[in-house]
Design a protein around this ligand. Sequence first.
Ligand SMILES: NC(=O)c1ccc[n+]([C@@H]2O[C@H](COP(=O)([O-])OP(=O)(O)OC[C@H]3O[C@@H](n4cnc5c(N)ncnc54)[C@H](O)[C@@H]3O)[C@@H](O)[C@H]2O)c1
Ligand SMILES: O=CCCC(=O)O
Length: 477
Amino acid sequence: MSLISNPEFSLINGQAHHSKTQVDVVNPATGEHLAQVSEADNQAADKALQAAAETFEKLASTTAHARSQVLRKWYELVIEHRQVLAEIVTKEQGKPLKEALAEADYAAGFIEWYSEEAKRAYGQVIPSHSQSHELTTIRQGVGVVLGITPWNFPLAMITRKVAPAYAAGCSFILKPSEKTPLAAIALAKLAIQAGMEVGAFQVLVTNDSKGLVAHLTESPQVRKLTFTGSTQVGSALLKQCADTVKKTSMELGGNAPFIVFDSADVEQAVSGLMAAKFRNAGQTCVAANRVFVAKGIAAELLNTLTQQVSTLTLGNGLEQGVDIGPLISLEAKQKAQQLLEDALAKGASIAYQGDKQSGQFMAPVVITDVNSTMRLFHEEIFAPIVSIIDFESEDEVVRMANSVPEGLAAYFYSNDGNQIRRVSHALEYGMVGINEGIISNPVAPFGGVKFSGLGREGAQEGLLEYQEIKYLCQKFS
Ligand SMILES: NC(=O)c1ccc[n+]([C@@H]2O[C@H](COP(=O)([O-])OP(=O)(O)OC[C@H]3O[C@@H](n4cnc5c(N)ncnc54)[C@H](O)[C@@H]3O)[C@@H](O)[C@H]2O)c1
Ligand SMILES: O=CCCC(=O)O
């Protein structure tokens, strides 16, 4: 089976969908045209919906054990094809191949985890109020799921939805980002090869996400919407789901504080910051967006940080030794440059800036004297810009960290045990890295509070997102 044949197709009920209109997939590093993928329109979406509804009914008579076996096989196939999947990701998304390989393993980790959790969807026997009643609960799949995913993790953002949905017995219609559909189609092909029912994982690719998703969310047959993307789009989709009262999960934007207290080990803090900031060229929802550094160690930290940043190599992610690939689009680069200019105009200073880059590449920049009047304090930077804010006290920095509407990931470095407890409790975030800059893990609950979303992905909690709890009250005579 070819994973990246050209032309590619939206995948409906296991069949290639032919259409007159195409989505063009372009390599952001080189501008090379990679593929044309047939677009799915509303009619195609209706076909997918019918197949998904029929498949959901069939899945109700499969055992958790059987679904677990399919997921296990899918996991093995993803691992077997990790190199080719990673190359697809690097070509269509731009991240360095070493990061794309790590993403393939991360994506496979969700499938492996839910192949195991599928068997542990326990109900409860509830101590009864009377001798003649037995009260129990069972957990059942919610129904047909519509999933919408972004371009920044073209594999992992999909498997962390599809694997728990299938474990729960749900059928899944995926609308991946139009910028990175090839990884999505490859994953679906591997799932079907592993034995997944063709109507359980269908892929609709379109340039008109707004129109196609509006059409699908109108349908009462779609019982669940799971979305990963920006807060702006997520909030609009929540409104769209209200009329048909869908269950929703929202994995939205972040604005992570990265705090370094004066008791921290500066070397360790800088190494955590490099990982939290420069993974995927800064294009992650959990990227360190605002770096708060205690005044007493600010000079030492800046010195160590700028030395390390100056060693980063930019380039085509397929080449050896590359640390930073291109940004996803020219618009993304322009937005990052505007954020930088705004900060400089309002008093920020450049501590380090790499050589000017052409195309969609952006050299890393470190700026200091950042404050809350600047746009980049309030907006996701999504680019390799480190913005540093000095602080004096714990109270002050916790207040600044919590002063934004987002609440996805936060990080802090400290070697003071009491402070670790106080700050980890006080931060209004769904995830906190303590003396650690990389927190993502299939076995842990990923998700945010406030404007960063609803629900959790990964871990035990991720399975519950695709299940309804049914209460059974049985009377004995
Ligand atoms: N919390 C998380 O787990 C997480 C993970 C990855 C990315 N993100 C967030 O995603 C954003 C970056 O991704 P993006 O640029 O692809 O986000 P985006 O919101 O622009 O797009 C996400 C998905 O929604 C689709 N879409 C766009 N407009 C739509 C509309 N009106 N109706 C229906 N679908 C629509 C896109 O085609 C894409 O598939 C950042 O804000 C990042 O923080 C969050
Ligand atoms: O971009 C956000 C997702 C990143 C992750 O899962 O580590």
